[in-house]
Design a protein around this ligand. Structure first.
Ligand code: TRP
Length: 360
C-alpha cells in the first residue's frame, strides 16, 4: 500500500532554530517513516526579501539542508528538493494566480503581518504578494495528505484549500456541495490538505517583552534565537542570557511562571517533568534561583542538540554529497510535480504535448 504523502518546507533565509524544531521539524522527523515526505527549500520565495542577496540565498539552501540532515531527516526516506528546479511549481503558480482575486490575496493575515513587521509600507514587490500563490503551488503540485507547519502558515493553507476546491469544482465536475474530505473521491484532482501544528505553536525568543508587553517569537531578525547548529558553549551563554523578570526579588516578590520564557523553554525542551514541577513550585516561593534553573535548561537543550551535532559532522565538509542529496531529491520531486501538472493541463484542456524533465 502506498504511504500517505506529506509536504512542507522552509524559505532559506537563515539557519534553523529551536522555534523551527518544535514548530515543525520535530514532527517531520517523527513522521518520515509513515509518510512519503517531501521537503521544499523555497529559494524563489526567499527572493521576496533577498532580491539583493542571491549568494546568501544559495548559502542558506545549503545551511537549511544541513540542518535537516542534522535534525534527523533521512535522505533515504525523505525527499529534499529545491523549489526553482521544479518548473511545474512556477507553471502552476501562473494558473492558480488567476483563480484567486487580488483582494483575497491581500486579506491574508500573514501577508499583512509581514508587510507591517518588515516595514514594507507600499513598497513591496509584485512577487511579494504573489508568494502565497506560489506557496499553494508548492503544496498542490504534490497533492499531499498532510502539511505540518507553524501557526503563521495556516492562512496559506486556507488559501490552498480554497483553490483546491475551486479547481475541483471548475475543472473536475465536482459538485460544490461535496465536503472537503470527499473531494478526491468525487473526482477532484486536488485533495483538501490537512495541516498539522507542532508541539509549540509559536516559540518565544530569548528576550523579554516588547513595548506592548508581549513576548516576541523566536526569529533570526530579532536576534533572539538558539540555532540547531549552535555549539554547547553558545547554547550555555544564550540560555544564561534568557530574560527573567528584573523586578523579581526572591524573598518579597518571587517569580512568575506564566509568560516567563524560562519556564516556557523548560516546558518545551526539558523532558524531566518531575524536576520542572518541583522547581516551578520552588520558584513561585522564591526558593530556587534563576541560575540553577537556567543551568538545568542549558543541559536539556544541549542534550537535544548533541545527536544533531554528531550527524552534522558527517556532512559539514562535504558539500558534494549534500548537493547530490538535493539533486536526487529534486529529480524525485519533479516526477510527482510533472505528473500533477500534466493532469492539470488535461483538466484545463491545455494538454498539447508530453514532456520530461532531465538533469545532467
Ligand atoms: N513560507 C514557509 C516559511 O516561511 C516556507 C514554505 C514555502 C512552505 N513553501 C511551503 C511551507 C509549502 C509549507 C508548504 O516557513
Amino acid at each position: 500500500m502506498e504511504k500517505p504523502r506529506l509536504l512542507t518546507g522552509d524559505t532559506p533565509t537563515g539557519k534553523l532554530h529551536l522555534g523551527h524544531w518544535v514548530g515543525s521539524v520535530e514532527n517531520r522527523v517523527a513522521m518520515q517513516k509513515e509518510y512519503d515526505c517531501y521537503f521544499i527549500l523555497a529559494n524563489m520565495q526567499a527572493f521576496t526579501t533577498h532580491i539583493n542577496h542571491p549568494s546568501e540565498v544559495r548559502q542558506h539552501v545549503f545551511d537549511v539542508t544541513l540542518d535537516y540532515l542534522a535534525a534527523g531527516i533521512d535522505p533515504n526516506l525523505s525527499t529534499i528538493f529545491i523549489q526553482s528546479e521544479v518548473p511545474a511549481i512556477a507553471e502552476l503558480t501562473f494558473l492558480f494566480s488567476m483563480m484567486v482575486s487580488y483582494s483575497r490575496v491581500m486579506r491574508n493575515p500573514t501577508l499583512k503581518d509581514e508587510i507591517r513587521d518588515k516595514g514594507l509600507g507600499d513598497h513591496y514587490s509584485f512577487g511579494f504578494v504573489l508568494y502565497p500563490i506560489s506557496q499553494i503551488a508548492d503544496i498542490l503540485a504534490f497533492r499531499p495528505d498532510v502539511v505540518p507547519v507553524g501557526e503563521d502558515q495556516l492562512p496559506h493553507l486556507e488559501l490552498a484549500t480554497e483553490v483546491a476546491r475551486r479547481f475541483n469544482i471548475l475543472y473536475c465536475n465536482v459538485d460544490p456541495h461535496v465536503s472537503d474530505e470527499a473531494m478526491t473521491q468525487a473526482g477532484g484532482l486536488f485533495p483538501v490538505v490537512k495541516s498539522k501544528l507542532g508541539k509549540v505553536k509559536r516559540l518565544v525568543g530569548l528576550g523579554g517583552p516588547n513595548a506592548q508587553g508581549q513576548l516576541c517569537k523566536m526569529s533570526k531578525s530579532l536576534n533572539n534565537a538558539i540555532y540547531l547548529s549552535d555549539d554547547n558553549d553558545t547554547v550555555y551563554q544564550k540560555v544564561m542570557s534568557i530574560y527573567t523578570d528584573p523586578q523579581r526579588v526572591r524573598a518579597t516578590d518571587p517569580g512568575k511562571i506564566d509568560n516567563n520564557p524560562l519556564w516556557i523553554f523548560h516546558d518545551a525542551f526539558n523532558p524531566d517533568l518531575a524536576w520542572i514541577q518541583e522547581a516551578k513550585e520552588k520558584y513561585q516561593h522564591g526558593k530556587i534561583g534563576d541560575v540553577e534553573c537556567k543551568k538545568k535548561l542549558a543541559e536539556a537543550i544541549i542534550s537535544l542538540l548533541q545527536p544533531m551535532q554528531e550527524r552534522r559532522k558527517q556532512y559539514k565538509n562535504d558539500k558534494d554529497s549534500v548537493l547530490e542529496i538535493l539533486k536526487k531529491g529534486t529529480i524525485r520531486a519533479n516526477v510527482l510535480a510533472e505528473n500533477t501538472l500534466s493532469l492539470v493541463k488535461e483538466k484545463v484542456s491545455q494538454d498539447y504535448f508530453s514532456r520530461e524533465i532531465t538533469y545532467k
